[in-house]
Design a protein around this ligand. Structure first.
Ligand code: ARG
Length: 472
């Protein structure tokens, strides 16, 4: 028995033997849950108010308790490593705060745990953490979307090929391509906002599993912490980590989008494409090959997204098969959430500046968009507008492309006589229907790449992004 060591713990009463020393260190979460200090203090203050309202603390005791908690936060500073090193005996953030509070205000501190459990505390702290992280991520995403919109505005009527199967398909405006990513980002923001609404309920008052043993007014703590209300079921609230799963899933999806963007830029910056010159400020050289400029930033973006997907996978695997309610496995869910939040914040802190610094080679892009029969679909549309059934029109233009391929000419270099040899539906006005402009503008539908549509889409995207900056 080790009376002193055991009595310092939050649960030592029924134990006679000391913990195995290695196990004791191994099971501690303080080295990583230290970063929940601000959340733990805020939740503890809210709980103190709730138990004061229930008659456990006098007004004066409540004031001392709240003052003490503020002191714990202020004294601990922001150097997490130093804080962890200063309290080798702290098992977790809950234990640490209780110990520090006891130092600050004496045994009154021990009343704070009346009517609560660490199970509801960690669930609350993590909700507070995730809620903040959602807001930070959404802000970063908005900044990136605005940078893309700016870049798209600067691109004006510049064109590039679009690809399907990574084969040239039809010409599109560069702005249209960039707006595709804005659409993804807007969904990412909406997903985060949606999960935020779902998770913004307060577990405090759920107790260890069956609900607090005190007639707590749970609305008090919920209100104090900016939640929309208390959670509805204590067993769920103490073991639910859907909000962490959803958050990491949102980030994983965001990571997939970032990775696709990174991949495209990586390909487009190769000599083979030559669509853009990578900004030197975001590239590195090779120690061996003097001529190299490597796309480290976009490659790392792809790599970082793997961590985001990994976090979501860890959470999903962690939760599946867990019996209700709290299980210590849940402690393992924290680090992936912290890592995903940090990875997302780091990535989004650079993406807007990188995006703004992109310089496209519009000449190369235009050449690629105007060679290789990218106007074939517009040509078929011309025929179908002249009454030829589209299936037939497709075949006729296919024959025209074949003719061009055999003689090394684009469609507009075929003579009218040659074309009319394929179909009588070709007229002199055919050439005007397959210019670059006409090829773009025939996609005159909502979401299409017609110049007027893209201009509208750009203005609308800008409007939505400005609006969401105000409302969140
Ligand atoms: N450090 C623990 C965690 O993160 C806090 C909750 C501990 N609860 C318990 N019954 N051991 O999950």
């Amino acid at each position: 028995m080790n009376g002193n060591q055991q009595s310092a713990k939050m649960w030592a009463g029924r134990f006679r033997e000391p913990l195995n020393a290695t196990f004791e260190q191994w099971q501690r979460s303080f080295p990583f849950d230290v970063r929940l200090l601000a959340q733990e203090v805020a939740a503890s203050k809210a709980h103190a108010k709730a138990i004061a309202a229930a008659g456990i603390l006098t007004e004066a005791e409540l004031a001392t308790m709240v003052g003490g908690l503020d002191e714990v936060l202020a004294l601990s500073g922001t150097d997490w490593h130093a804080t962890v090193a200063s309290a080798p005996e702290a098992e977790d953030i809950h234990h640490f705060v209780e110990m520090q509070l006891t130092k600050a205000i004496g045994t009154l501190a021990l009343k704070l745990h009346t009517g609560r459990s660490r199970n509801e505390q960690i669930a609350t702290d993590m909700r507070l953490f995730v809620r903040d992280a959602i807001d930070v991520t959404a802000k970063g995403l908005r900044a990136w979307a605005l940078a893309l919109v700016e870049l798209a505005e600067q691109a004006g009527d510049a064109v590039m090929p679009s690809y399907t199967h990574l084969q040239r398909a039809e010409p599109v405006l560069v702005a249209h391509w960039l707006l595709a990513y804005v659409a993804m980002i807007e969904r990412d923001i909406a997903r985060l906002a949606d999960s935020r609404r779902r998770m913004n309920f307060c577990p405090l008052g759920s107790g260890a599993v069956a609900g607090a043993t005190l007639a707590l007014d749970r609305a008090i703590a919920a209100r104090e912490l900016g939640f929309d209300g208390p959670t509805p079921n204590s067993m769920d609230a103490t073991s639910d980590r859907d909000f962490m799963l959803e958050f990491t899933q949102c980030l994983a999806t965001m990571g997939v989008h970032i990775s696709r963007f990174a991949e495209e830029l990586t390909i487009y910056s190769t000599a083979e494409f030559g669509f853009l010159d990578l900004p030197e400020a975001f590239s590195t050289g090779s120690s061996a090959m003097p001529q190299k400029k490597n796309p480290d930033f976009t490659e790392l973006l792809r790599g970082k997204s793997a961590r985001l997907v990994g976090a979501a996978t860890t959470l999903a695997v962690l939760m599946k098969g867990l019996p209700l309610a709290y299980n210590k496995d849940l402690q393992e869910g924290q680090e992936p959430v912290f890592d995903a939040a940090d990875t997302a914040a780091g990535t989004l802190s650079i993406l807007p500046a990188f995006t703004r610094s992109l310089k496209f080679n519009f000449v190369r892009m235009k050449t690629a968009a105007t060679t290789g029969y990218l106007n074939a679909m517009a040509a078929a549309t011309y025929l179908s507008n002249n009454g030829v059934p589209f299936r037939k029109a497709h075949e006729i233009v296919g024959n025209a492309v074949r003719l061009g391929l055999e003689s090394g000419r684009e469609l507009d270099a075929l003579s009218l006589a040659e074309l009319q040899g394929l179909s009588e539906a070709f007229g002199e006005d055919f050439y005007a229907a397959i210019t670059l402009e006409a090829t773009l503008d025939c996609h005159d539908v909502i979401g299409g790449t017609a110049r007027v549509r893209v201009r509208t889409a750009l203005a609308e995207a800008r409007g939505r992004l400005a609006e969401s900056a105000v409302t969140s």
